[in-house]
Design a protein around this ligand. Structure first.
Ligand code: TRP
Length: 351
């Protein structure tokens, strides 16, 4: 039998980690995580952490553009960490850290700021939106938000960035900054791209059939991972429906389709098949679906789905020691990688 020394095993594990592609994503600690975040982001993170060298982080510096209260920010950071771990993000597998624990990001941000231009920053849609929505607080951090985001990504020389469509412009800017840097100082950075499993991410609309679930708005139409059983049932029972289909095999209106989407995510296949049949034609007759029963079933399955996540997250939030351990472990991993990159960057820029 082949016997490996401890050193060889460590080297082997290291080379396996190093040869995997680097995945990175950031989560802003604003508001409460919801079902849309779970199925759009966290579920994918959990799958990716086995296949890639993953860096996931809580973007607390990014949140400072709106000057949040210090204590509230800290609470929000802890909650986001706890909720992600409760969803299955594994601090042993991925580097899961808080942005402000990695000062190398701020240093890279400084260098990249010298390569980014006022005109291009002012043109970004998120900036223009903010200028409109908060005209009294158009600070420089807001303007250079995409530069900080590029630094987040490039600090680990990440190539795959699991983000939604709304981040496409920031991704394009990150690629531009990487190219500009490489062109001026020599090749340091690969170009990062948005990446997700499968062609389409599941889209989860609000329970009122209007728009998406939201971390801070539209709270009655959003299912939060922190919602208690009563609240989950209440929100689902109030979800928008109508008098039901009158013809066989009708096309489902958006708000009904969305409830079926939710059911597919949390209920058994048999349950989904039964209600689908009842919507169309079943042994008990045509279009016999009763939305009251349908929502009751969905509510029970949703409660069973969210409850363990909520409870694990709550446990972690009340266990400060455990939480700090997780955050420290993430910071150590992230800094090990970031300090390698920043060495190359300093050498390239400063000589
Ligand atoms: N801007 C992202 C958002 O609003 C969060 C974010 C910050 C991010 N830095 C990142 C996402 C780096 C991916 C990579 O959701």
């Amino acid at each position: 039998m082949l016997a490996l020394s401890n050193l060889q095993i460590v080297q082997l594990l290291y080379s396996q980690t190093m040869s995997k592609e680097v995945v990175l994503s950031g989560i802003r600690p604003t508001g409460f995580l919801h079902l849309g975040n779970y199925f759009g982001a966290m579920r994918n993170y959990v799958r990716m952490q086995d296949d890639y060298n993953c860096f996931f982080f809580v973007a607390n510096w990014h949140s400072l553009t709106t000057h949040p209260d210090t204590k509230e920010l800290k609470t929000a950071v802890n909650r986001v960490v706890a909720e992600n771990v409760a969803c299955g993000v594994d601090p042993e597998k991925a580097a899961f850290y808080v942005q402000s624990d990695v000062p190398e990001i701020a240093e890279l941000y400084l260098y990249l700021n010298m390569l980014s231009y006022k005109g291009e920053l002012e043109k970004t849609t998120t900036f223009k939106d903010k200028v409109r929505s908060q005209p009294d607080n158009v600070n420089a951090g807001l303007l250079t938000y995409p530069v900080l985001q590029a630094a987040d990504i490039l600090i680990h020389r990440a190539v795959k960035v699991p983000v939604g469509k709304d981040q496409e412009q920031n991704m394009e800017m990150a690629r531009n900054f990487a190219q500009r840097f490489n062109h001026r100082y020599g090749d340091v950075f690969p170009e990062p791209y948005a990446f997700n499993y499968g062609e389409n991410l599941v889209k989860i609309m609000g329970l009122d059939g209007d728009g998406k679930m939201s971390k801070s708005e539209n709270q009655n139409a959003t299912l939060y991972l922190a919602d208690d059983d009563y609240t989950i049932r209440k929100k689902i029972m109030k979800a928008k429906t109508d008098q039901g289909p009158v013809e066989l095999n009708s096309i489902k209106p958006d708000y009904i389709e969305n409830l079926f989407t939710l059911m597919k995510l949390v209920s058994s296949n048999d349950t989904v098949a039964k209600f689908n049949d009842d919507f169309n034609n079943s042994s008990s007759g045509n279009c016999v679906i009763r939305y009251g029963d349908f929502k009751k079933q969905l509510a029970e399955d949703m409660v069973a789905f969210i409850k363990p996540i909520r409870e694990r997250a709550a446990d972690l939030q009340s266990n400060k020691e455990e939480l700090e351990k997780i955050i420290k472990q993430g910071a150590d991993k992230a800094r090990a990688s970031a300090s390698e990159t920043i060495k190359l960057v300093r050498k390239a820029v400063l000589g």
